[in-house]
Design a protein around this ligand. Structure first.
Ligand code: SAM
Length: 277
């Protein structure tokens, strides 16, 4: 007997449509279709205090794509471990890097059931790309996962992506830095880390950053910390940062000159790319 619920309205097993999810709220900001009313409500509350907050998600995603293109093309990295990969969107990491090198290996890690469902469907026909469901805040769980061990050679350089993720860590203030240290310790010399994070610019935009933080953390999504330059530097300790170091994602190697001053959304997301010596 065929189901009367259209495919687009079916909710995967393990998903509560009454609780916002980080992946789905981000998808809503990016203009995607894989989100529910509860996710759009979180987005809309943020847009009330910062109408340009969509730029935060868009610039984050563009930064990730530029960094991956650079690592696959100029550096020649062939193994990518993408932590908190998110829902499939217009350009996914494997599409960016396998256009340059079809043999590049990509492993996506996420713990959101909707991401898992879409990720596995998208990758059915791709032997070099894999998805694992794991907790990215537990480096041992990710690094010792069978699929990761099978497909990534840790004696060779890898690209490690922690993009738009650590601001959702809830716990010890030193937690994110410790997590990064544990991951970086496991990588071979010459490996690269791509990281981005909500940013408190410590200027007249700080107040809006703090309002966004307040909404995210008290929403049904429950997380979203804006950190300062000094706090972000702790996350990349021991790495040689590519110029310009930690920078607003919009200004990190833009594809062309920026027209006009930064919006508040562009101001409040920063990224960096670092090399393990
Ligand atoms: N990295 C992508 C990007 O920057 O475009 C997606 C970023 S999205 C804002 C954050 C992702 O991290 C979501 O897909 C969410 O499910 C995932 N995530 C958050 N906490 C996680 C955890 N503890 N373990 C695994 N994934 C997690």
């Amino acid at each position: 007997m065929s189901s009367v619920v259209p495919e687009s309205q079916r909710v995967p097993v393990g998903v509560d449509p009454n609780r916002a999810s980080i992946a789905r709220v981000y998808d809503a900001f990016l203009g995607g279709k894989d989100n529910y009313e509860i996710d759009r409500q979180v987005r809309d509350r943020v847009l009330e205090v910062a109408p340009e907050a969509v730029d935060l998600a868009v610039e984050n995603r563009h930064f990730l794509i530029r960094a991956c293109r650079f690592l696959a093309h100029a550096v020649g990295i062939t193994q990518f471990l993408d932590c908190g990969s998110g829902l499939p969107t217009a350009e996914n990491v494997h599409q960016v890097v396998q256009r340059i090198n079809p043999d590049a290996t990509v492993i996506y890690v996420d713990n959101d059931p909707v991401v898992e469902k879409h990720g596995k469907a998208l990758l059915e026909d791709n032997n070099n790309t894999h998805f694992i469901a794991a907790d990215i805040y537990k480096p041992d769980e990710v690094l010792n996962h069978d699929v990761v061990r099978k497909h990534i050679d840790f004696t060779q350089p890898i690209a490690f992506l922690q993009v738009g993720t650590l601001h959702h860590f809830v716990g010890d203030a030193d937690g994110p830095a410790q997590i990064m240290r544990n991951y970086i310790d496991a990588f071979a010399s010459g490996s690269y880390v791509v990281i981005s994070h909500f940013f408190d610019p410590e200027n007249e935009r700080s107040e809006v950053a703090r309002k966004m933080e307040e909404i995210f953390t008290h929403s049904p999504m429950g997380s979203g910390s804006f950190r300062t330059q000094a706090e972000l530097s702790n996350l990349t300790e021991g790495l040689e940062l590519m110029d310009p170091g930690w920078e607003r994602c919009a200004l990190w190697w833009p594809d062309g000159p920026l027209i006009g001053p930064l919006t508040v959304g562009q101001e409040c997301i920063a990224g960096a790319v670092g090399r393990k010596p």
